[in-house]
Design a binder for this molecule. Structure first.
Ligand code: FA5
Ligand code: MG
Length: 381
């Protein structure tokens, strides 16, 4: 087995070998196609839409806050279960902890599924205003706005009693108001006018919690989660007299809207018809699709079993077809008299760069069918 080293510099000074991340071990579910993305750090490339966006957000914070935000963008994505979940109060039985949702390197180490994994540590190091940008990893569904590796920027701001006492508001309302004002200002800085709306939601680490959605390609697209930090998180780092807000932006989602990028896979393209369209500091240049190659659809039906999950199916399709898969969609489901449930999935293949041949797609589909049968132990119909 070749030892593929990821550059030491690229992972916060930690040298990581493939054997450290991908293992044939039941406590490890990291496939090679995910390992190959580690250390790419698209968000640190000034000519890449994600780097251009990160820099534009930095600019907003630099211009609008006299109290400078400390910036981190090369913290290692390998974090402990404690950092990723416990430190941000994710309950022991929360779905996000499952092997179905998160990539585990071993039982105590994960590929971070959000940049919130760094909140508690930075807080206890004494930082009170900070931005953390990084690649995050999730087992997830497959379509044009979801990818198993994407990028987030975390923002965190701590307030002192002096900040809210003069306002006449209670601490929580003060922080929530400031948070929304900050993010609405950021949205205007990035987009000018854009249709957006706030949705109430739940996160274990904030209360109240909100999501911001932006209208894009005829749909509301969720671009960020945020809220007023749970007091317990502040208390644990000795800040029981403070209040704070936090947000987590999905950088691809914002960049899709800003640059008119229709498919999330394009961020990984090395085709210069993509890369040459973006330049340092140029925010919101509209992407001109160089062509749209025809999609190819393949359906497959099978009887599911108790352990079947859609994320597991998507993982297999990704492992076989890589970026050639555009969408995996459940198109039919029924349960027969014996209580057996059948699912029919439509797999959409399309290359961003060229036309796929029938032979090639048939081969992919054949491999998907074999893998699905042997790994998921389902009965193909
Ligand atoms: C979180 O990850 C929270 N940590 C955000 C947060 C931080 C809330 C601090 C409160 C305080 P969520 O799972 O909703 O939340 O993800 C945040 C954003 O990441 C989403 O709004 C979306 O823009 C983006 N996102 C989520 N999943 C994917 C995916 N598979 N591909 C691309 N972007 C995604
Ligand atoms: Mg969400």
């Amino acid at each position: 087995q070749t030892l593929q080293l990821v550059s030491a510099l690229l992972l916060g000074g930690v040298q990581i070998a493939r054997d450290d991340v991908v293992r044939d071990d039941p406590t490890n579910n990291v496939p090679d196609n995910i390992f190959s993305k580690l250390g790419m750090q698209l968000h640190r490339r000034n000519q890449h839409p994600l780097g251009i966006l990160k820099n534009a957000i930095y600019e907003y914070f630099d211009n609008n806050y006299s109290n400078k935000f400390d910036k981190f963008d090369d913290l290692s994505p390998l974090v402990s279960v404690k950092q990723n979940f416990d430190d941000v109060l994710v309950p022991a039985d929360h779905v996000s902890r499952s092997y179905n949702d998160t990539y585990y390197v071993d039982s105590q180490t994960v590929l971070r599924c959000h940049t919130s994994a760094h909140q508690a540590e930075l807080l206890s190091m004494g930082y009170t205003h900070f931005l953390v940008t990084g690649d995050v990893y999730r087992r997830d569904s497959i379509d044009s706005t979801h990818f198993p590796v994407f990028h987030q920027m975390e923002g965190f701001r701590v307030f002192c009693p002096d900040d809210w006492e003069a306002s006449g508001l209670d601490a929580t309302s003060y922080a929530a108001t400031d948070l929304k004002k900050c993010l609405e200002g950021l949205t205007r800085h990035l987009f000018g006018a854009v249709e957006m709306r706030w949705i109430d939601t739940y996160f274990p680490f904030t209360n109240p919690s909100f999501e911001l959605e932006i209208y894009f390609q005829g749909k509301w697209l969720e671009v960020l989660g945020c809220g007023v930090t749970e007091q317990e998180i502040l208390r644990r780092s000795g800040k029981q007299n403070n209040v704070a807000w936090a947000f987590g932006l999905g950088l691809e989602r914002l960049a899709m809207v800003l640059f008119d990028i229709p498919d999330i896979r394009l961020f990984w393209s090395i085709d210069d018809r993509f890369t040459s369209q973006f330049a340092k500091g140029q925010l919101g240049v509209k992407f001109k699709p160089y062509s749209k190659y025809p999609p190819c659809f393949k359906d497959m039906s099978f009887w599911i079993n108790e352990s079947f999950t859609e994320n597991n199916l998507c993982e297999i399709v990704r492992a076989v077809a890589g970026d050639l898969v555009e969408e995996v969609r459940l198109i039919d489901s029924f349960t027969n008299k014996k209580g057996m449930t059948s699912h029919c999935y439509r797999i959409q293949y399309r290359s961003m760069e060229r036309s796929l041949t029938d032979e090639e797609v048939n081969e992919l589909q054949l491999n998907v069918r074999e893998e699905v049968q042997s790994k998921l132990k389902v009965v193909l119909r």
